[in-house]
Design a protein around this ligand. Structure first.
Ligand code: B12
Ligand code: SF4
Length: 463
């Protein structure tokens, strides 16, 4: 029995075409979901993974699979349906799972034979057995997995073409920010994999650089932090010789022992969502508001950097509090905080989030010709109507933010500082230049987006 697992590409996402430049290897992430499914698949199945981000293969030249499994974030849904239609025309059954299939079940059921909602770890073998016997059900629900049941991913199946390996050590998040799908999808309960399992899986990863995909590696409570420390101690003891990057909240900065242990375990960078430079903006979406309120963010960032750990800061543009000038305010805040790189995304209503419900009920989602419009739900296009910003206005703010932060003097200052403090200056330089290189591509992408969206309603008038 042949199983083909596919991660569809979205041509609007610039990480495609790894072969064009070797630097693109640093921009493409492995689809861990499919590697986990492969790890759960019994050996009588011959399993292959196609990541279309590395290039779209000639499917007709490949051996005909007996089952196709497709994963998709919302932004990949269009392409996922094209692939499903293609294989179903050939009589190959298609199963789809992942975040989009869970949040838009009815839409997905129109395109595939079977849908697996939520986490598939506990149910995938049953799906395969049903497929083998030709009696696939229309819907399976995996619920939330016991973390002791998470098996190691098949890292051997995608062993070339990427600069980073990938691993996940926790699932779930209690903070439930209004724009984020994680609490709705993985639940509010923060679940942790047993430490020995994580260490053993790290040892299976071929790459020296690893992305830890957890939404928040350190959690929110003292016992979560204690577990993170134990994990870092175990990683250091195992002498993994890996450098890794993770996502965490700013609370990462509050515990010197945690930072020391993380650095010893190989942490070289941390991605932190600051979301808004203003208290009004922060208050609007809940979640991390309390973590950032009244904090000296610059001092927190510096405490992390002192451990030779780079800090990437992320912000959202288009919150209801955001008025003209927000672009330069974000760039200025990021400069003041002293982050090594900045990533700004448009506020985007993703299906299944509180923000989606709110914007939908207020008639603020003009890009709603689905599934075609899903391709713009990459957080790099302004798909909604923003309270105080027109379409042109919000695009201008985004451009001005990135041009200010990634100006030549700005990059020079940051890179000099990282040379001076010996904080991974080459990585810092490479990261900053890569963002700067994207500036003109982004301007072209906005122009084409505006042409294609036509005259659908623009921003909400200021009240
Ligand atoms: C790693 C990651 C990325 C990586 C992508 C890696 C990849 N797959 O190629 C990068 C950084 C590139 C990325 C980009 C984006 N991401 Co992202 N990302 C994540 C993150 C943090 C982890 C995903 C992961 O690998 N988890 C580990 C695996 C094991 O879990 P899993 O994917 O859920 O898979 C399980 C189940 O879903 C299911 N399953 C999944 N697929 C399938 C398929 C089949 C057949 C079956 C049966 C089951 C199944 O089984 C798996 C095992 O239980 C999630 C947050 C999260 N916690 O999910 C956000 C998340 C998925 N990303 C999100 C978003 C919005 C994006 C972007 C659009 C915007 C952005 N800049 O962040 C882009 C879009 C990229 C694109 N190609 O279009 C949203 C998606 C919401 C949505 N409705 O689409 C999430 C949920 C975060 C959020 N804040 O809400 N992302
Ligand atoms: S803290 Fe991060 S993962 Fe948790 S809900 Fe907020 S944005 Fe999502």
């Amino acid at each position: 029995m042949r199983l083909c697992l596919i991660n569809p590409c979205n041509p609007l996402v610039s990480i495609v075409k790894v072969k064009e430049s070797r630097w693109n290897r640093y921009r493409v992430w492995k689809p861990l979901s499919l590697m986990v499914l492969a790890g759960l698949t019994p050996p009588q199945w011959q399993t292959s993974i196609v990541d279309e981000n590395l290039g779209v293969p000639d499917y007709s030249a490949m051996p005909r699979p007996d089952l196709v499994g497709i994963t998709a974030f919302t932004s990949q849904a269009n392409r996922a349906y094209e692939l499903a239609d293609h294989f179903r025309r050939l009589g190959v059954p298609v199963v789809m799972g992942g975040i989009h299939a869970t949040m838009c079940l009815d839409e997905v059921l129109e395109h595939v034979d079977s849908v697996v909602t939520r986490e598939a770890d506990g149910i995938w073998r049953e799906v395969l057995e049903d497929a083998r016997q030709g009696r696939l059900k229309r819907r399976y629900d995996g619920g939330f997995t016991e973390m002791t049941d998470v098996v190691p991913a098949r890292h051997d199946l995608l062993s070339t073409g990427y600069a980073f390996g990938a691993i996940q050590t926790t699932r779930g998040c209690p903070l439930n920010c209004s724009f984020c799908s994680v609490t709705a999808f993985n639940g509010a309960h923060y679940r942790q994999r047993p430490i020995p399992d994580v260490v053993r899986e790290f040892q299976l990863i071929g790459e020296r650089l690893v992305l830890v995909l957890d939404d928040n590696l350190i959690g929110t409570r003292p016992d979560h932090i204690a577990r993170a420390k134990d994990l870092f101690r175990a990683m250091a003891r195992a002498n993994l010789r890996k450098e890794w990057i993770a996502q965490a909240t700013i609370n990462f900065a509050d515990d010197e022992e945690l930072l020391t242990l993380a650095a010893k375990a190989g942490c070289s960078g941390v991605f932190i969502g600051f979301e808004s430079p203003s208290p009004e903006g922060l208050r609007g979406y809940g979640g991390k508001f309390n973590l950032l309120k009244g904090r000296d963010i610059r001092a927190s960032v510096q405490r992390i950097q002192r451990h030779n750990i780079l800090v990437a800061g992320s912000f959202i543009i288009g919150l209801d509090a955001d008025e003209p000038g927000i672009g330069s305010r974000i760039a200025e805040a990021a400069r003041r905080y002293g982050v090594d790189s900045l990533n700004v995304l448009f506020l985007t209503p993703l299906p299944g989030t509180r923000l989606w419900d709110q914007m939908k009920s207020q008639g603020r989602i003009p890009l709603d010709v689905f599934p075609q419009d899903w391709k713009y739900y990459t957080l790099t296009y302004p798909v909604a109507r923003y309270k105080h910003l027109s379409l042109d206005g919000i695009i201008r703010e985004m451009i001005s933010c990135n041009e200010t932060f990634y100006s030549v003097p700005g990059i020079f200052r940051r890179v000099c500082s990282s040379f001076w403090h010996r904080r991974k200056p080459w990585i810092n330089l490479g990261g900053n230049l890569s963002y700067r290189g994207n500036l003109h591509r982004a301007a072209e992408a906005y122009a084409s987006f505006k042409r294609q969206r036509g005259d659908r309603p623009d921003g909400v008038k200021a009240s």
